[in-house]
Design a protein around this ligand. Structure first.
Ligand SMILES: [Zn+2]
Ligand SMILES: [Zn+2]
Length: 394
């Protein structure tokens, strides 16, 4: 028989391993700590997901519970207006998914935005509309059969394709071009060019209807979409486009998130931020944003402390860099001096971690030193990563 002491020790081990396991879980999914930019709150958002009210496989309340679990602040359920997955079981009322989810969202701290996906397989292809008033008013006259099928009319009129977008404009909505890609079975030839940004998109842009583009969709970063965002100055989004449960799709990472820098957690503040392009994308330890947001976001994520030290007989400056967030950063340093402890001048800053660099020798200390950091996992364009400068007073 085991002694009580041994049993006690076993219990301690079990608690220790259990806390390790749950700690890991928490880091992956729950309340990921990220930095903000001055004057704004960082809202973690996912603006693209489906339920059984179109071609998804979960009930709307489940999307809210998942969002709560993943520490999201804001979600939009965006069922296809032009596809019904269960026409015999579920009455075609496009407001219902929102109503059901809204009741659940109010119990939690999740803000629900009313939205829908308009998804013809000809230009302008799939687009999400957000901040809508009445989803049942969106026409889909380009469809022949939506009952557990997706069959478009043979002779589709341009005005039928434009009609839902004009309705979105009437309702004051905001349109995001979803996952721009050359997909099989989609009529790219009829687009008039092989360009993913078609004349139809140009028209939507000119009419002030189109304002955003999905640069990350589910597990994919799309450099072509990133270029479209730059060229047409569109707000960037990273969304899950979940059709099944989130948990099984993101076992080793967090779901993609659109970080919205908003004045407060309200639908109006989210809309204001989105219309101003104040977003960054967080996906698989990669951050994507414009320099206007990316630079202050990174600067707020880290803190620097320095002290003079003597290392192997030479005067140096030791700089400790602390990561206050759960994001990780791949850093390359330059300072005009040698960084003695990093032969390649680069290191990986773990989430909530610290690293120290030894700058020198500095035989004659100046009043301040410029330390430049290139952050290899923050993209500020399809080709460039963030470089920013810190001034260290001595
Ligand atoms: Zn779908
Ligand atoms: Zn889609």
């Amino acid at each position: 028989m085991k002694s009580p002491m041994k049993k006690y020790r076993l219990l301690v081990y079990l608690i220790f391993f259990y806390s390790l396991m749950t700690g890991q879980e928490r880091k992956l999914n729950n309340k990921i700590a990220l930095s903000s930019i001055p004057g704004y709150k960082t809202l973690k958002c996912d603006f693209h997901m489906h339920t059984v009210f179109s071609d998804g496989h979960v009930w709307p309340t489940f999307r809210v519970r998942e969002a709560q679990h993943d520490g999201l602040d804001v979600i939009a359920i965006t069922d296809h207006i032009d596809y019904e997955g269960y026409p015999d079981e579920i009455k075609n009322d496009r407001e219902r998914a929102f109503e059901i989810a809204q009741e659940e969202a109010q119990k939690y701290d999740v803000l629900l935005i009313k939205g829908a996906e308009i998804s013809p397989r000809v230009p302008p292809f799939h687009n999400n509309a957000l901040f809508l008033e009445d989803l049942n008013n969106l026409p889909y006259g380009y469809m022949k059969d939506t009952h557990h099928k997706f069959i478009m009319k043979d002779d589709i009129k341009k005005r039928d394709l434009m009609a839902p977008f004009l309705e979105v404009k009437k309702q004051g909505g905001f349109v995001i071009y979803n996952h721009p890609t050359h997909m099989p079975n989609y009529d790219w030839d009829k687009a008039g060019s092989k360009d993913l940004f078609t004349p139809f998109h140009e028209e939507l842009l000119d009419m002030g209807i189109l304002g955003g583009v999905e640069v990350v969709n589910s597990t994919r970063y799309n450099s072509m979409a990133h270029r479209i965002a730059e060229k047409y100055n569109l707000t960037m989004f990273a969304n899950s486009d979940a059709h099944h449960d989130i948990a099984s799709g993101y076992k080793d990472s967090h779901r993609p998130m659109t970080l919205v820098f908003a004045k407060s957690k309200s639908a109006d503040a989210v809309e204001e931020a989105i219309r101003d392009g104040r977003t960054m994308l967080y996906y698989n330890n990669l951050l994507i944003g414009r320099i206007r947001e990316a630079e202050p976001f990174f600067k707020n994520a880290v803190s620097l402390n320095s002290k003079k030290v003597i290392y192997k007989g030479s005067p140096m400056l030791e700089v400790q860099i602390t990561n206050k967030t759960d994001a990780t950063f791949d850093l390359k340093f330059s300072s005009g001096y040698v960084i003695q402890n990093l032969p390649l001048q680069m290191d990986h800053l773990k989430s909530q971690g610290k690293l120290s660099i030894l700058i020198g020798p500095i035989w004659d200390y100046p009043d301040k030193i410029d330390l430049s950091m290139n952050v290899d996992n923050i993209l500020i364009s399809p080709e460039n990563t963030l470089t920013t400068n810190f001034v260290i007073s001595i």
